[in-house]
Design a protein around this ligand. Structure first.
Ligand code: GRF
Length: 198
């Protein structure tokens, strides 16, 4: 299942890839932390169940984490993909499911919500994207895969982010596909979609 907060182009790439059975996985549900986003509309158009769990509907982060975990569990996913989900996941969700996140920078450089802006203002000539396992920190979990993107003269945050997202979508689809077909062991934890997890 996939968690989104925005436009959902990474989600769309997964929806497109999983339309082919040979991919080996399907998106069982899409969850969001807010209403009215394009990511939810993409899921609806693909006939995938959706839900919204807002932090503001709960007494605090702990209760939200609990409710989100329960909601995710209803769909019995083998893997949770955080694809532009702009909330830090809590211990309950992370304890119940393997979660991978896609981040628009080469971690451990430029973690956090403004990775592309931060990379540009630092003046790096090379940045990129990272698919990593989520742990309790902010973009600190074990790296699964990375791909580099060169910064061009005259790039602004939007132009650079768009080029990163082009690469990011391909990388995310590739990694989820490999997890589905062969399983993936990272930091002693094996993620296998449709199979057992160690
Ligand atoms: C991606 O670059 C993701 O890494 C970042 O936000 C963007 C989400 O894009 N955290 P989209 O919603 O998948 O189009």
């Amino acid at each position: 299942m996939v968690l989104v907060s925005g436009s959902g182009t990474n989600l769309q790439a997964l929806l497109d890839a999983t339309a082919d059975e040979a991919f080996g996985a399907r998106v069982v549900a899409v969850g969001a932390d807010r209403d009215g986003i394009e990511g939810l509309a993409r899921a609806e158009r693909a006939g995938v169940p959706t839900f919204v769990r807002k932090v503001s509907d709960h007494s605090g982060r702990e209760a939200w984490d609990e409710a989100l975990a329960e909601q995710i569990a209803e769909f019995k996913p083998d893997l949770v993909v955080s694809a532009g989900f702009m909330k830090i996941l809590g211990p309950r969700v992370l304890g119940m499911f393997p979660v991978v996140n896609t981040h628009p920078a080469l971690l451990p450089s430029f973690p956090g919500a403004h990775a592309v802006r931060d990379a540009l203002s630092y003046g790096v000539r090379l940045t990129g994207c990272t698919v990593h396992l989520v742990d309790s920190g902010v973009d600190t979990g074990p790296v699964i895969a990375q791909e580099a993107v060169a910064v061009r003269e005259g790039d602004d945050e939007d132009s650079l982010h768009e080029r990163i997202k082009d690469v990011e979508r391909g990388l995310l689809v590739e990694i989820v596909g490999r997890m589905a077909r062969y399983g993936w062991t990272v930091s002693g934890r094996t993620v296998r979609l449709g199979g057992e997890q160690g």
